[in-house]
Design a protein around this ligand. Structure first.
Ligand code: GDP
Length: 296
């Protein structure tokens, strides 16, 4: 494992005398270590720059309280700034709209979109006592609709019956109608992905959005893909106006940098995190915990 940021900073500040306020050179020395820690955590470079600049503005000239070391003082400033940047309060899925509330799931192929659709549906059913209908609009990958059907069957979540030959927008309209007729509270629309962002994908997303008017558009992004995930998030957000992010494979991401980058680049809240393959491996996003993970 990497040396923790606290250890590194106390190393630097051990050399300093106990002066009253943090000087610019003390802060610069500390921020060099902060920068290194963030880069090791795979935070995007622009975000690293933005973050350290914000900390610097807050730190220079701050009086060091007698009871703490300058290192601890900087750690606290860095930590607080990071929690703020990650979005201090946890955000949940907003269901405050007439039923059935449409939730559209978007993201690249393999990001964990279908799995997350089922995870969220299960959570809404079991925790919030909502009646949820899931529909796969993925007509590109033949097995995709079947994959969602199986997940529904395994977890007791209703899925829209599969009808061959329909376009994604036709399925979407059918899903909304079925949800209305069936008295569902929520209808989850799992869209098709691609291996990369391209124009036909974006056009398809826009068309689905137009016919369903989703209350939430959740971008599913794989935390292990780092910088790529951030670029993907930016592209989707520009075209679909995403309302929140679901970060997957957080169980395999020991560093947590993608969360900070995503949030800083899109400004959109991270609403949930996938922490495993099972249907219940979904957690709320806790900025404090992620900040701790990034800073070590
Ligand atoms: P999609 O193509 O975006 O719909 O992706 P899938 O939902 O089919 O997921 C691709 C693979 O990632 C599957 O094997 C999932 O079990 C796995 N997966 C999805 N979310 C997570 C997660 O949070 N953690 C782990 N470890 N695996 C995940």
């Amino acid at each position: 494992m990497f040396e923790s940021l606290s250890d590194r900073l106390s190393g630097i500040f051990d050399k300093l005398s106990k002066r009253g306020a943090l000087s610019e050179s003390d802060v610069n020395a500390a921020l060099r270590e902060v920068r290194r820690a963030l880069i090791e955590a795979d935070v995007a470079l622009d975000v690293v720059r933005q973050f350290t600049e914000q900390v610097k503005q807050k730190a220079v000239g701050v009086e060091v309280i007698k009871s703490v070391s300058p290192g601890q003082m900087v750690i606290k400033l860095v930590h607080d700034q990071m929690v703020e940047m990650l979005g201090a309060d946890a955000k949940v899925i907003d269901l405050n709209a007439p039923s059935p509330v449409p939730i559209m799931m978007v993201g690249l192929q393999g990001s964990g979109k279908t799995t997350s659709t089922a995870k969220i549906a299960l959570r809404l059913q079991t925790r919030d006592r909502k009646k949820v209908l899931m529909a796969s609009l993925d007509t590109r990958r033949p097995a995709a609709q079947e994959q969602l059907r199986v997940l529904g069957e395994q977890n007791d979540i209703a899925t829209l019956p599969i009808v061959a030959g329909q376009t994604p927008t036709q399925i979407a309209e059918r899903a909304i109608n079925a949800a209305k007729l069936g008295g569902f509270d929520v209808v989850m629309l799992d869209t098709a992905g691609r291996t990369h962002v391209d124009e036909p994908l974006m056009v398809e997303m826009e068309e689905i959005r137009k016919v369903t008017n989703p209350h939430e558009i959740l971008l599913v992004a794989d935390s292990l893909t780092g910088q790529d995930a951030v670029n993907v998030a930016k592209s989707f957000d520009e075209r679909c106006d995403v309302t929140g992010i679901v970060l997957t494979r957080v169980d395999g991401d020991g560093r947590g940098g993608a969360a900070l980058s995503m949030r800083a680049v899109t400004g959109k809240p991270i609403k949930l995190m996938g922490t495993g393959e099972k249907a219940d491996a979904l957690e709320e996003f806790h900025p404090e915990r992620i900040a701790g993970r990034i800073l070590g």
